[in-house]
Design a protein around this ligand. Structure first.
Ligand code: CA
Length: 230
């Protein structure tokens, strides 16, 4: 599944090189040359990951990382720092600021993509392309295909995203508001009861293969996806 990566990098050549490579790999790339520019972009939709240069004009990358971590709205966004600095005190400062990983300049685009993929997998498994199999259901996000016992299951976009999120986060209870964030994104205003409509559609799609009971309604709380039918 694709994701949006915000690149905060003041060197135009490096910014462009990263953006081109990300786009080739199927990501959407947003570009900012400074922290204020990045903040302006993030007032709209939030990215799925931030690539953050250490040395930026006006405000340092590491300062921005701390800001993101201290803000309820952005605290869960994975951050990878780009740095030419390798001394230990800087590494400690980066980790203390709450970044998930850092890549030392100069880096190869391949290395950077591998790190992005690893961090996304760790922080948001529903945003990777890995095939997932649970309870006999198999989801292949790269080709957006769901199968069960050899049968194809046709799903709408929202139902697909719900199922993918559930399968990457089984056995946990999610409120309707949380599911809205995951399946509809940050930007859309949708009523919480809309979630119930799409859960019903998802169950209907899973019923012919007998898997509708994997989705559990937890009264007063939300929904939970089970690993198996037992
Ligand atoms: Ca720089």
């Amino acid at each position: 599944m694709d994701g949006t990566v915000l690149i905060v990098e003041d060197e135009p050549d490096i910014q462009k090189l990263i953006a081109v490579n990300l786009q080739h790999a199927g990501y959407r790339a947003l570009r900012a040359a400074s922290v204020p520019e990045a903040e302006a972009l993030m007032r709209g939709a939030l990215p799925n990951l931030v690539l953050l240069d250490w040395i930026l004009p006006e405000i340092l990358g590491v300062t921005f990382a701390k800001r993101l971590r201290n803000d309820q709205r952005t605290m869960d966004i994975p951050i990878i720092m780009l740095t030419a600095r390798v001394c230990e005190s800087d590494r400690v400062a980066a980790l203390e600021a709450g970044v998930d990983d850092y890549v030392t300049k100069p880096f190869s685009p391949r290395e950077l993509l591998a790190r992005i993929k690893a961090v996304m997998r760790r922080c948001a498994p529903q945003r990777t392309d890995d095939i997932i199999e649970i309870g006999g259901l198999k989801v292949d996000p790269a080709v957006r295909r769901v199968t069960c016992d050899g049968h194809d299951i046709e799903l709408g976009d929202i139902e697909f995203r719900l199922l993918h999120f559930f399968m990457t986060h089984p056995e946990r209870i999610y409120s309707r508001a949380q599911l809205l964030d995951e399946a509809w994104g940050d930007q859309v205003f949708v009523e919480e009861r809309t979630v119930d409509v799409h859960i019903r559609r998802l169950r209907q799609a899973l019923a012919p293969v007998g898997r509708e009971k994997l989705i559990d309604t937890v009264r007063g709380m939300g929904y939970r996806f089970h690993r198996s039918l037992n």
